[in-house]
Design a protein around this ligand. Structure first.
Ligand code: XIL
Length: 374
């Protein structure tokens, strides 16, 4: 841990120099970036990134100063890389991998097989050839030697495997086949299955947790190369009840399988957009803090990635359903602004969620849950 901390500090200084920021722009005055705070807790802190984000000087400075890893938000998905048969578009992914390299950040590859990003030309349907998937996995992983890969994204639906094109084409063995393929392409990469809606206590999410456990147990027993499970953690205020013991037990069951756990896509969808910004920010931080207190108490959790840093660039929007909950609000032409579910506001100023993340990491350090002690 000490060595890692030293490297993180050097990385921070090097990255600030590279992007032309004086060293005091971040991490100065005794205020550590989340990367350094996370390193002391044995947690690699990261963010999802787009090329547009890294081209914005304020957000690039946050990524370099606060994070130890990047996940491409869009750039490495199959349909983005291979929009047409025989054509490849590596620009977005190259920009993110290049930034990570230049700033000595880790890279989480995201994602190889996802039902929402299958190019039409690949014709993943009954009778399809596995060679198409194998070629995609090998080509992408060899171009981007990421240390972790979300090999299969969102394979669960209801209480079993999702009725995805992959299931239809290749049957339930496709998850194991994809992991084997990924391991062959890059034996050093740590391979993950990544999933959403595993965090809350509802019956629907209980079924999803049970299905995930069945899946990883089958994979582990079969000797399939799976190293971890990604818990997306797209949190949402007021959508479902949160029960600490339920989450704690689920994470412990994953850890008992010998798996690492990564929190891969943390953000918070708000509910009460009519409240003053200070109250909204407090509600977001509070909601995330309850999740993080449980998640970071599990030693197998070694990574925490936010799905973006600034509300200015978040996939969470204030949509029509949100507005409909508050009839008459904003009739004067005002606006709820952005969903405020990321650690920095639209001007890249730290919000209470940033403090909640730092606090949860510090709490974990105080518990002695560093890699060195495990
Ligand atoms: C989302 C991106 O944030 C959006 O910009 C894009 O339009 C769709 O994909 N689960 C995942 C992520 O694993 O890849 C998704 O990212 C969000 C849900």
């Amino acid at each position: 841990m000490l060595a890692r901390g030293t490297i993180a500090r050097r990385t921070l200084l090097a990255s600030l120099a590279l992007i032309g920021f004086p060293a005091r722009a971040a991490g100065a005055g005794g205020v550590d970036g989340l990367a350094a705070i996370g390193a002391r807790a044995g947690v690699r802190v990261g963010t999802a990134a787009t090329a547009a984000m890294l081209a914005s000087p304020d957000l690039a400075a946050l990524a370099a100063g606060q994070c130890a890893s990047l996940t491409p938000e869009l750039g490495m998905k199959w349909a983005a890389i291979a929009p047409e048969a025989g054509r490849r578009d590596w620009r977005e992914a190259d920009a993110i991998a290049g930034f990570a390299r230049a700033h000595r950040l880790g890279l989480r590859g995201h994602t190889l097989l996802w039902h929402r990003s299958v190019p039409d030309w690949a014709r993943i349907e009954p009778g399809a050839s596995w060679a198409t998937v194998a070629a995609h996995v090998a080509e992408t992983m060899r171009r981007y030697p990421a240390d972790e890969w979300d090999v299969v994204n969102e394979p669960i639906e209801g209480d079993g495997l999702r009725a995805s094109p992959f299931l239809a084409a290749f049957g339930p063995g496709y998850v194991a086949r994809a992991l084997d393929e990924a391991h062959d392409a890059d034996p050093r990469a740590r391979l993950f299955v990544n999933e959403y809606d595993l965090e809350y206590a509802s019956d629907a999410q209980a079924s999803r947790r049970a299905a995930m456990l069945r899946l990883v147990r089958t994979l582990r027993r079969g000797g399939v190369p799976i190293h971890g499970v990604g818990i997306q953690a797209h949190l949402a205020i007021g959508r479902a009840a949160f029960d600490p013991a339920t989450l704690r037990d689920f994470l412990a069951a994953l850890a008992d399988e010998g798996l690492a756990i990564a929190i891969t896509e943390l953000d918070v969808k708000e509910r009460d957009y009519v409240l003053p910004a200070t109250a909204r920010d407090a509600a977001v931080a509070d909601h995330a803090a309850r999740f993080l207190a449980v998640a970071l108490a599990q030693p197998a959790v070694r990574a925490l990635t936010c799905w973006g840093l600034s509300d200015r660039q978040s996939w969470l929007a204030v949509d029509d359903a949100d507005r409909a909950r508050f009839p008459g609000a904003w009739a004067d032409g005002s606006s709820p602004g952005f969903n405020r579910g990321l650690p920095y506001d639209s001007d890249a100023r730290a919000k209470p969620l940033r403090a909640a993340i730092a606090g949860a990491l510090i709490e974990r350090s105080n518990m002695g849950l560093t890699r060195r002690q495990r």
